[in-house]
Design a protein. Structure first.
Length: 174
């Protein structure tokens, strides 16, 4: 990953416990790059929204994924689309970093893993009051704080090597 991000380039990011655990955001803040730091606590809601839109024009967008199938499909669930949209279109390069715990045998297992493991844990991390937080499992709610609004399955790409997946041989994120 260090060699894929060049000095002087622009880098955006999506939420990722994996990247947080690896210290990637701190690393990006120290690089000689233009880092669109969505975690800056001084950002207003409107400023954060503008940053999300700028992520479509960055040189590199870096994020995690909820699941990767053995045959290379990438599955994500997102709340407002600010993470999955730039993966699909815009940035010249997308780097997705996942721990080995995100690897599933097929799409059905990926969906089950994300809905029953990752989403409830993420809702808890975000301080939501959705049913999955108290039940520790998804019931496909319609709660106003629901974080499972966008279901995105990537099965291929038109631009060869635009999306790069890095699998770390550790249990990272959820």
């Amino acid at each position: 990953m260090l060699h894929l991000i060049k000095d002087g380039t622009s880098v955006g990011c999506g939420d990722s416990v994996t990247l947080e655990q690896m210290g990637v955001f701190e690393y990006l803040r120290e690089r000689e790059i233009i880092f669109l730091d969505k975690f800056n606590p001084s950002l207003s809601r409107e400023e954060k929204q503008k940053l999300y839109l700028k992520n479509f024009t960055v040189d590199t967008f870096i994020t995690g994924a909820n699941a990767i199938t053995l045959d290379g499909k990438i599955f994500n669930i997102d709340g407002n689309g600010s993470r999955v949209a730039p993966i699909l279109y815009g940035p010249k390069q997308v780097i997705i970093v996942v721990g080995r715990n995100k690897i599933t045998t097929d799409v059905d297992c990926a969906i089950k893993r994300v809905r029953q493991i990752a989403a409830p844990l993420d809702a808890k991390r975000l301080g939501k009051s959705t049913p999955c937080v108290s039940l520790n499992r998804c019931i496909d709610c319609n709660h106003k704080e629901r974080i499972c609004n966008d279901f995105v399955l990537i099965t291929g790409q038109f631009i060869k090597d635009r999306i790069k997946v890095i699998i770390v041989n550790q249990k990272l994120g959820y």
